[in-house]
Design a protein around this ligand. Structure first.
Ligand code: BGC
Length: 744
């Protein structure tokens, strides 16, 4: 939202100190015990006991947040917020703490204005590029620890919308284009986070795949295709993690707001998927009390336009039943018991800055994708290289980060302070002070390392010409609340790269982007490293890869197309003025809440998201899904597929090179022709560490669901009898092992 600023607290009266105490203490903190304090009872039993004791007003207070400037009126109680995007008052009498929510996509948000510190991890899409579920767990665990250290007990991270539209400004915040990779990864991240006793969240449910007109857009998609793509990512994420909260999205789906969509919230999420947690609306995504409640929305954020007095009146008049109200409350309390936020409330403490930097660096080292490496240009040999030209993207001072509600305030301050502004402002570019120039100089102390800004291609080429190697940093910034006009690098960077490459045949390009970029210069440079938004310790990680201290092991979670003309849609559909809130008015939330004029977006490509689209349409790509190079080589052998309920796939992978490395092994399947599906889909993966010459067997039981189609008439996954092709290798377009088996 455009106005994510901390509420002006001084507009409100102060509450007496005893109320203040009551608002912030849980039973664990106050020392009082209640029958539901008994931890041997199940979360459901404990929640039921509390619900029975609650008054109507107490119940209503748990149904909503306390407001946010620009997005809803604010309750005086917002003064007890910990400074995050959401705060729900607790019930001290019953030992129930408030819920302190913070955005935390790649680190905890708003630390600057709260006078705190947060580690900025590499962007979420980078985490997905590691294809490493253990790294995902560590990613979530770090965020969980820092949330607690800062006094929060709930994250609003967990974005998992598929990259159906790569120009989506939140691509960096999501986990790529494949439902199996994204679902498993978010599952791991949430497991790591909830293990710290923080309420997890996955979002934005569902089909919120573009930012343009997100409050008004009406998405249409074939239902089977939705179940097999975007919705499958959520289904897997839930199955993997027991995540306690799901945030419904702003958009309409099949003419109905996601947060009023009974099919999404109740039929699918709560019934078919057996989700026991609670659904909260995206900020301003609630549009009614009765309809939303009946559809399955449990909690309104950020304020109480509908889930406060309106809701109470609806209960009193019998329009909303007590049973329905109690189900919402039960789910919220259950989430709190199940994740441990009642038994083990957060204790504010000092963030482990050094530990965090270490984790941020190692995750980036596992996430930066080596896209091209002609003539073994990389790694650079520090003992031999005499001169290096470092060019572009403010590489002398920092690396770019992704914006919006995911934005982490730059640990150490913004390397390039926007004039007249503070640390971070909505949609201001934020450069983390992690300097590639410094990190490269540290690696090659004997070399003459010069920097040029790249703003004048001729000047950049001049320093490149006389250097042994030119390392060109380029960037493409993106943010929530906007979509990219184009996948091309902005600010004439394409021309700059081509000019430098013409001057020096040893040109290495390091891309800082949230998703795919087009590369008209791809054939002219010798190496390309996709570093994503590299986080707090990005420059050291990148230097470690460039100089070979780290062997790259990441693979693309998103296809890089050759040209935008190859995308399913030529342009992102933009809303007219009637479909956009006017933030200059006094109460923009009224326009959003009462409903902006819908405009249609039809996902005609259906299930063909990412590589499935390019495969089905026979379009050659720049770099395929699952692609990523290493400084060593791998070979695959001994494929054996044993049919069964969950077919068992085993094969061997061998490190045939001279360096230790980690190979992401990928398992794809083709379905019988009768399924009428795209040529292949990812059904499993495993990242394997291998010393030179070492061979390991990989065994994967493929979940039958991943081989199935969704039968809409039967409302069930269906494995069609017939021939299934299993294809194994190190990229969606390099699959040396194949075997066809018949499944029934
Ligand atoms: C975003 C959410 C975010 C929320 C709270 C919304 O505008 O879409 O992802 O969690 O704001 O900041």
């Amino acid at each position: 939202m455009s106005l994510h600023v901390r509420p002006l607290l001084n507009r409100f009266f102060m509450l007496p100190s005893f109320v203040l105490l009551a608002l912030s203490l849980s039973s664990a903190q106050s020392g009082k015990t209640h029958p539901w304090s008994n931890t041997s009872l199940s979360p459901d039993e404990r929640a039921s006991m509390v619900v029975k004791e609650m008054t109507l007003d107490e119940k209503i207070s748990l149904l909503h947040g306390t407001g946010m400037k620009g997005l809803s009126p604010m309750s005086p109680l917002v003064i007890h917020s910990n400074g995050g995007a959401g705060f729900t008052v607790g019930i001290e009498r019953l030992g129930i703490p408030g819920i302190q929510m913070s955005d935390a996509a790649y680190g905890v948000r708003m630390s600057g204005e709260n006078g705190r510190y947060s580690t900025a991890l590499p962007s979420d899409v980078a985490g997905a590029a590691s294809w490493d579920l253990e790294a995902g767990y560590q990613y979530g665990a770090l965020i969980g620890r820092e949330l607690r250290a800062q006094g929060y007990n709930m994250t609003l991270g967990g974005g998992i919308n598929l990259t159906r539209e790569p120009r989506n400004g939140r691509t960096f915040e999501y986990l790529g284009e494949d439902p199996v990779l994204a679902g498993k990864m978010v599952g791991s991240v949430m497991k790591g986070l909830q293990a710290q006793h923080v309420i997890g969240d996955i979002k934005h449910y569902a089909l919120n795949d573009q930012e343009s007109g997100r409050n008004a857009v009406n998405i249409t998609i074939d239902k089977r295709a939705a179940r097999e793509s975007d919705l499958l990512a959520f289904e897997i994420g839930l199955q993997e993690s027991d995540v306690a909260a799901v945030m419904c999205s702003y958009n309409r789906l099949w003419d109905t707001y996601a947060c009023e969509n009974k099919y999404l919230l109740t039929d699918l999420l709560k019934k078919d998927w057996n989700f026991k947690g609670f659904v909260l609306s995206d900020w301003g995504g609630t549009h009614s009390a009765e309809k939303a409640s009946a559809a399955g929305l449990d909690h309104e954020e950020p304020g109480e336009l509908f889930y406060g007095d309106n809701f109470k009146k609806a209960v009193e008049s019998g329009k909303i039943s007590t049973a329905e109200l109690d189900d919402h409350i039960h789910r919220i309390l259950r989430a709190m018991f199940a994740t441990g936020v009642i038994d083990d409330p957060p204790q504010k403490s000092v963030v482990d800055v050094f530990g965090g930097l270490e984790i941020a660096r190692t995750i980036e080292e596992q996430s930066a994708v080596l896209l091209k490496n002609e003539g073994a240009q990389l790694p650079l040999d520090a003992s031999k290289v005499r001169s290096i030209a470092v060019i572009g993207a403010h590489a002398d001072v920092g690396m770019i980060s992704g914006g919006g509600s995911a934005q982490v305030d730059p640990p150490g301050g913004n390397a390039i302070m926007p004039p007249g502004k503070g640390n971070t402002y909505w949609q201001a570019h934020v450069w983390f002070p992690t300097s590639p120039l410094k990190s490269i100089r540290a690696k090659a102390p004997g070399a003459n390392v010069q920097f040029d800004s790249g703003s004048d291609p001729a000047a950049a080429a001049a320093i490149a010409k006389s250097a042994d190697v030119a390392i060109v940093f380029v960037h493409q910034w993106e943010s929530e609340d906007m979509d990219l006009d184009s996948l091309a690098l902005p600010d004439h960077q394409d021309t700059m790269i081509a000019t430098v490459a013409a001057a020096n045949p040893h040109t290495v390009v390091v891309v800082e982007s949230g998703g795919p970029v087009t590369m008209p210069w791809v054939g002219k440079v010798s190496a390309i490293l996709e570093a994503w938004y590299a986080g707090s310790a990005g420059s050291d990680a990148v230097a470690n890869i460039l100089f070979g201290d780290v062997n790259p092991s990441a693979k693309l979670p998103i296809t890089f197309p050759k040209t935008e003309a190859d995308l399913p849609h030529l342009k992102v559909v933009k809303p007219g003025p009637e479909s956009r809130p006017n933030y200059m008015t006094k109460e923009p939330w009224i326009q959003i809440a009462t409903g902006l004029a819908p405009f249609p977006v039809n996902y005609t490509e259906g299930v063909k998201v990412g590589y499935k689209w390019y495969d089905a349409e026979n379009k050659a790509v720049l770099f395929p899904f699952g692609h990523g190079l290493s400084y060593t080589t791998y070979s695959y052998s001994n494929l054996k597929v044993t049919p069964g309920k969950n077919p068992h796939v085993s094969f061997a992978v061998t490190n045939t090179g001279k360096r230790a490395g980690a190979e992401v092994t990928e398992v794809y399947a083709s379905l019988p022709a009768a399924a009428a599906e795209p040529p292949k889909r990812l059904v499993g993966f495993s990242k394997v560490k291998l010393n030179p010459g070492e061979s390991k067997e990989v065994a994967i039981d493929v979940d039958a669901k991943f081989l199935s189609i969704f039968n809409v008439d039967q409302n069930a996954w269906q494995l069609l009898p017939g021939d299934y092709g299993f294809m194994i290798g190190g990229s969606s377009q390099n699959l040396p092992l194949t075997q066809t088996v018949s499944l029934k």
